[in-house]
Design a protein around this ligand. Structure first.
Ligand SMILES: [Zn+2]
Length: 208
């Protein structure tokens, strides 16, 4: 299922007005091309037909995958997201019985949203992936000036970590053996909902 809207938007650089497609709900298992547009960041990129400049547009989207049984709410407005988080248990209850065994996530950063969609698309668990990222940071094998790292899928579908550094974006091959090592240590997560899974969450876990 897709819920989309087309809005008239002025280019932030030259004010040229053109259509911009807004994706409000994307069911990724039904629409792999749209899923891939989220993973690449293209879903939120405004490409001006006049001045050719590109701009990331921040707007909320709900992503779901019925195979992985996950729903990811992306709300880029921090205040709105904080409010939304308080109401999320009731919101999840209102989804109905079809969603009873779904994991639900809330992200506020577009890079986190792209990463979550990539993680579930690749068949991984985001809780284990956060632990893998922590293990990589602790192993001291990353650049000293690392700002952040994200799991991703490149346009060829290869799994990798994107390393953000002041000198540019680097790629690191995904280490399947490390993921499996961490997964073996992880507890049975059960159906407990953890709406926000990030490095802060993983730092509070005892099993790592
Ligand atoms: Zn323009």
């Amino acid at each position: 299922m897709i819920v989309r809207d087309t809005v008239q938007m002025p280019c932030p650089h030259c004010q040229h007005v053109q259509d911009f497609e807004v994706l409000l709900l994307v069911t990724g298992d039904m629409e792999p091309p749209l899923r891939d547009r989220i993973i690449s960041g293209d879903w939120a990129t405004f490409c001006c037909q006049k001045c050719q400049k590109k701009e990331l547009i921040l707007y909320p989207t709900l992503y779901e995958d019925r195979v992985r049984k996950v729903r990811i709410h992306y709300q880029p407005d921090e205040a709105e997201a904080a409010q939304f988080l308080k109401q999320l248990p009731e919101t999840v209850a209102s989804y109905g019985p079809n969603y009873a065994d779904y994991q639900v996530r809330l992200v506020t950063n577009p890079l986190d949203f792209m990463e979550k969609v990539a993680i579930f698309t690749a068949g991984y668990d985001d809780r284990i992936m956060e632990a893998v990222k922590q293990a990589l940071k602790q192993a001291d094998s990353l650049p000293n000036d690392l700002v952040d790292l994200y799991f991703g899928l490149n346009p060829e579908g290869d799994k990798l970590f994107y390393l953000y550094t002041p000198s540019g974006l680097l790629g690191l091959d995904f280490d399947e053996a490390l993921y499996q090592q961490v997964a073996e240590r992880a507890p049975e997560f059960g159906q407990d909902q953890v709406f926000v899974v990030d490095q802060d969450w993983v730092n509070q876990q005892q099993w790592i």
